[in-house]
Design a protein around this ligand. Structure first.
Ligand code: NAG
Ligand code: NAG
Ligand code: NAG
Length: 613
C-alpha cells in the first residue's frame, strides 16, 4: 500500500530556488566533488584588491554557533515543482558501467559509489536539493567548529545501528577516518589527500557519541572535504575481520538508507537495495526499493530507459539526448557542470604579455559558435571559475562589466573592436604564433575551432602537437607556446577548494609556476577566503577573485560542459548537482508518485526542475 504523506513543514515554501533555512550550525560551502580532478590556469599582472576586501584575516573569523538541526530545517524537497512527497514504490536507476566491485575506499569507481552511496553514511552530507546550501547532518546530528577554525567536533545520533543491528559507536568513525588517512590496508585511499589537513594523532573519541578532529591550520571550509561522498564510515570489526576483500565484495555491513537485498553477490549488473526500516533518519528514504542496473552498452541503456524498464538515466552521450527531449512523457533536465573547455594565452610570451592583446583575442571568440560546432549546442557560457547556474556564479551585471565575458549580440562588431585594439597595440599580424596542442583527436578538433576564430581576427597559428606526457611537462613548466587548449574541472564551488587550483602560486594546476608571474594580490584574497567561515563573506571574496581573474584574460572557459538526466514522470524530487557526473548518489531524495506515471507534455528540456536551465 502506498501512503501519501504531505509533509507540511517540508513542503511549505520549498521553491526551486529557495535558499536554505538559516542554519544555526556552521555554514559550509557546497560540496559536490567531481570524479576527475584537473584544473589549471593563469595569472599575469597583479590586480588591485579593494581596501575593503583586504582586511586582516582574523576579522573574517567568527566563532560559529552551535545548535541542533531539525530534519525539516535542512531537508526541503522541491515540492512546488514535484508535488507532495509520496512513500513507497521502486526506483530503477540506469547506470552506465558494470557493477564490478564495491570498494569505494581503496579502489573508488563510479560503480563502487553506486554500492556504497545508498547503503553507507558519511559524517555530514551535501544537501541533495541544493548544491549551494550548507552541508546537512548525516551520521553526525550536529557539530562544533572549533574556535580558531582549526578543528571540528562531531556529535553522533543516539541509537544509530549497523544493518546487522549492532550499535554504531564513535570508534567506528575514528577508525574509518584513520584508515582513510593512513591508507593502511587499502589499495589506494581515495580520501587520503582530501584529509591531509586532519591531524591523525589528535583525532579522538571523547565518548561513544563524540568525535574530535583537529586540523593543521585554520580553514573556513572545515566540512567540505569531510562531506565528500566517499568519506564513508565503515564498521571497524567488519574491516578487521574481512579486510579490503570485504570492501570489494560484501555490502551487507552498511548503515545507510538502503540495505543490500539478501542473496546477492557483487559483480552482477542488477543490484537490489531495500529500504532500511531502522535508518537513523526516520523520514527517509522515500522508496521501498532501489534497483541499480549497470548497462555498459549505450544503445542498450537508452532502449532500456525508453522501454520504461528503468526510471532514471544520467544521459551518457548527446546522441541519446534528443530521444529523451522529444519524448512526451520523459522529463529531461539539463544544466552546466563544473567541467569546461579552456583557452590559455601565455602571458610570458611577447606580445601576449600585453593584457590588451589578450583581451582582444578573448573578445573575438564566438562562444555560441563553439557550443554549436563542438558540443552540438549543449554547452553554456559563463565566468572564470563557477559554472553557469551555480549559486556562486558572478551576477550577470558584474560578468558583463568585464569586456568580452558576456556573450556579444553582434560578433562582427565585437571582432572589429578587437581588431582595432590589436592595431592600436601594434600587434604583428605577419608573424605566425604557436598553438601547443595535446595529440588527441578531440583536443585537436577543439583547438581547430579556436584556430579558425584567431584567423577571423587575422592571427595565424601553427599547431605544435605534443604527446601527453611532454604536454603535461610543458604545462607545468610554462614552456608551452602562445596558446593552449584544455579540459579543466573546478572541483568545488569555493575559492580555495575549487578556483585556487588555477590561481595559487604553489599550485601544480597553476601553469604559470614555476616561472611566474604570480599574482600575489589574488593569493591575498584567497587567504582571506581560506578563513572566512561565513558563506556570504566567502562569496563576496569569491566574486572579487573571479573579477580579478577575468580581467587577466589569460585563461578563458570557451564553454562549460553540460550534463542531462532523463526520467519518467512518476520520478519526483530529483535535482541536478553542478559537478561532472555529480548526481546525488544516495538516491534517497527521489520518490515515486504513481499518480503521475501517465503524465504527458514533458517534451522539451525542462526549465522548472531545480538546477534545470
Ligand atoms: C581538501 O582536499 C584537497 C584535495 O582534494 C586538499 O588540497 C585540501 O588541502 C583539503 N583541505 C581542506 C581544508 O579542504
Ligand atoms: C575532455 O573532456 C571531454 C568531456 O568531458 C572528454 O570526453 C574528453 O575525453 C576530455 N579530453 C581529454 C584530453 O581529457
Ligand atoms: C496509467 O495508464 C495505465 C495504462 O493505461 C493504467 O493501467 C493506469 O491505471 C494509469 N495510471 C494512472 C495513475 O492514471
Amino acid at each position: 500500500m502506498l501512503v501519501v504523506l504531505a509533509l507540511a513543514t517540508v513542503a511549505c515554501g520549498a521553491a526551486a530556488t529557495a535558499t536554505p533555512a538559516p542554519a544555526p550550525d556552521p555554514i559550509e560551502a557546497p560540496a559536490a566533488m567531481a570524479d576527475s580532478t584537473e584544473a589549471p590556469a593563469a595569472m599575469a599582472e597583479p590586480t588591485a584588491v579593494p581596501e575593503a576586501i583586504a582586511k586582516p584575516a582574523e576579522e573574517m573569523m567568527a566563532k560559529p554557533e552551535v545548535g541542533e538541526m531539525a530534519f525539516a530545517d535542512y531537508w526541503n524537497p522541491p515540492t512546488d515543482f514535484y508535488g507532495p512527497v509520496v512513500y513507497g514504490g521502486t526506483l530503477r536507476v540506469n547506470y552506465e558501467d558494470p557493477l564490478e566491485h564495491a570498494n569505494d575506499w581503496g579502489a573508488a569507481t563510479g560503480a563502487s559509489s553506486r554500492y556504497r552511496g545508498s547503503t553507507g553514511a558519511v559524517l555530514v552530507m551535501e544537501n541533495p536539493y541544493d548544491a549551494g546550501a550548507p552541508v546537512i547532518p548525516d551520521l553526525a546530528q550536529n557539530w562544533d567548529v572549533h574556535e580558531g577554525l582549526d578543528g571540528v567536533t562531531f556529535h553522533f545520533r543516539e541509537g544509530t545501528a549497523w544493518h546487522n543491528g549492532e550499535p554504531f559507536v564513535c570508534e567506528d568513525a575514528r577508525f574509518s577516518f584513520e584508515t582513510m588517512i593512513t591508507g593502511n590496508g587499502l589499495t589506494a585511499s581515495y580520501m587520503k589527500s582530501r584529509l591531509a589537513h586532519v591531524v591523525l594523532e589528535e583525532m579522538a573519541c571523547i565518548d561513544d557519541m563524540t568525535l574530535k578532529m583537529n586540523f593543521n591550520g585554520p580553514t573556513g571550509i572545515p566540512l567540505l572535504n569531510i562531506s565528500n561522498r566517499r568519506g564513508i564510515v565503515f564498521n571497524k570489526a567488519w574491516f578487521q575481520a574481512g579486510g579490503e576483500d570485504a570492501m570489494f565484495q560484501d555490502v551487507t555491513m552498511g548503515i545507510g538508507p538502503y540495505k543490500w537485498a539478501e542473496g546477492q553477490s557483487v559483480g552482477v549488473d542488477e543490484q537490489h537495495f531495500e529500504k532500511n526500516p531502522d535508518y537513523f533518519i526516520p523520514e527517509l528514504p522515500y522508496v521501498d526499493e532501489l534497483v541499480i542496473f549497470g548497462i555498459l552498452d549505450e544503445s542498450a541503456q537508452q532502449a532500456t530507459q525508453l522501454a520504461h524498464q528503468t526510471d532514471w538515466h544520467w544521459v551518457r552521450n548527446w546522441g541519446q539526448y534528443q530521444a529523451y527531449v522529444d519524448h512526451d512523457q520523459i522529463i529531461t533536465v539539463i544544466r552546466a557542470t563544473r567541467g569546461n573547455f579552456r583557452l590559455w594565452i601565455n602571458a610570458r610570451n611577447e606580445p601576449f604579455d600585453n593584457v590588451k592583446v589578450r583581451q582582444a583575442i578573448i573578445m573575438s571568440i564566438d562562444r555560441d559558435a563553439g557550443i554549436r560546432i563542438l558540443q552540438d549546442g549543449h554547452g553554456a557560457s559563463g565566468g572564470f571559475g563557477y559554472a553557469p547556474g551555480s549559486p556562486w556564479e558572478l551576477p550577470q551585471e558584474q560578468l558583463c562589466s568585464v569586456p568580452g565575458w558576456c556573450i556579444s549580440e553582434d560578433m562582427e562588431a565585437t571582432r572589429a573592436e578587437a581588431k582595432a585594439i590589436l592595431d592600436a597595440e601594434g600587434f604583428d599580424f605577419e608573424r605566425r604564433y604557436v598553438f601547443t596542442v595535446e595529440s588527441d583527436a578531440q583536443v585537436t578538433a577543439r583547438a581547430t575551432f579556436l584556430q579558425e576564430q584567431f584567423r577571423l581576427l587575422g592571427i595565424e597559428t601553427d599547431f605544435d602537437s605534443v604527446e601527453t606526457i611532454a604536454y603535461r611537462e610543458q604545462e607545468q613548466s610554462g614552456t608551452w607556446g602562445d596558446f593552449k587548449p584544455g579540459n579543466s574541472t573546478v572541483v568545488a564551488d569555493d575559492p580555495n577548494a575549487g578556483v585556487a587550483a588555477f590561481l595559487r602560486c604553489d599550485s601544480t594546476g597553476n601553469h604559470w609556476t614555476p616561472n611566474g608571474p604570480c599574482d600575489d594580490s589574488i593569493v591575498a584574497v584567497l587567504d582571506q577566503a581560506q578563513v572566512a567561515l561565513d558563506v556570504d563573506k566567502r562569496q563576496v571574496l569569491a566574486h572579487q577573485i573571479e573579477l580579478a581573474a577575468m580581467k587577466q584574460y589569460s585563461s578563458f572557459p570557451v564553454y562549460w560542459e553540460q550534463e542531462a538526466a532523463a526520467f519518467w514522470p512518476e520520478v519526483r524530487g530529483y535535482a541536478h548537482f553542478p559537478a561532472p557526473f555529480g548526481s546525488y548518489r544516495k538516491f534517497m531524495h527521489m520518490w515515486i508518485d504513481p499518480d503521475r506515471m501517465n503524465d504527458t507534455g514533458n517534451a522539451g528540456q525542462t526549465t522548472g526542475v531545480p538546477g534545470g536551465s
